[in-house]
Design a protein around this ligand. Sequence first.
Ligand SMILES: C[S@@+](CC[C@H](N)C(=O)[O-])C[C@H]1O[C@@H](n2cnc3c(N)ncnc32)[C@H](O)[C@@H]1O
Length: 351
Amino acid sequence: MSKTKAQNKSLQLAKEHKKDEFYTQLSDIERELKYYKHHFKDKVVYCNCDDPRVSNFFHYFSYNFEKLGLKKLITTCYKNQNMDLFSQNDSEQAIYLEYTGDKNGNNVPDPNEIGIKYLKGDGDFRSKESIELLKQADIVVTNPPFSLFREYVSQLIEYDKKFVIVGHQNAIKYKEIFPLIRDNKIWLGYGFKGGAGHFINEHYEDYATATDRKEGMIRVSGVHWFTNLEINKRHEDLILYKKYTPEEYPKFENYDAINVDVTKDIPVDYDGMIGVPITFMDKYNPDQFEIIGVGIANLGLEIGIQPYKPEHKKYRKEIQKRGAVDGDLYMMIDGVVTVPYSRIIIKRKKK
Ligand SMILES: C[S@@+](CC[C@H](N)C(=O)[O-])C[C@H]1O[C@@H](n2cnc3c(N)ncnc32)[C@H](O)[C@@H]1O
């Protein structure tokens, strides 16, 4: 690799990892976790991507330890090895900390009540030491690094842990995550106000619009909470009112399903397959709808979405100058190849 290429690559990596240094606000944590309070009684909670000096997850659980009736709180702090790339994490050594509640009756986690211990390694959530701590945990709650979300969730599933974590809604369509969503092993929580989170970040230039800008914060749209803890929200029916007409709901050219652009417009009287935007997942009730698949690339081919017809593929590439990936859903509207943004295929459940 040439020197500039290598430099570019490390700059890109630095940028990617800087994106991981967003700290969750206490108010957002409180707003979500109020719906899960009953799950925490007598449980060991583990925050495994959290520097206790800055993590509001640690703050929330240590200050609410008694109220929630927790058994133990474990927190590990990641110490990056490469200080050039990850200069935000500046602890001397990775630490972990165990808190078993207030001892002196002041209902506040005093420093002498918090047992700080040093880790041998860097506190990576995938390290042996962290996995040993994970094994002790009942519920994992944190905002993990966005760039490692796939691996992060896979590990939680492998160790059969309950969790409430922050992630981007685009993760729904990752090939590692989607099957878990489809099979009702994980689902979306209540979510951030207005579908966007403001995270504490001092190292990043914010690009939020003026009205939504908050000093020292970065606005990230499309963030959500992912969980496998039972919540009432996922048993509430989505109230629908529109009636099906073939004009308003065209069928895909390569799959027997209708297209719906906005979740609230799902026709109330259509019993076949329906392609909906991924934001539908926020309203998904497994008693009302069944998830069949997602109309993207190989995941689409798996559920029988037909590859592009040769003339449509040619049109897409040559006239529209766009990528034509087999397995993606498309429609023919007035003779024009029309590819909607990612669609999840659902079907109404018979009651
Ligand atoms: C999005 S930030 C959120 C921090 C904190 N959980 C919060 O919500 O305020 C993700 C954190 O994960 C840490 N991290 C990055 N890679 C990690 C790894 N491999 N293992 C554990 N933590 C990691 C980052 O240093 C960063 O502090």
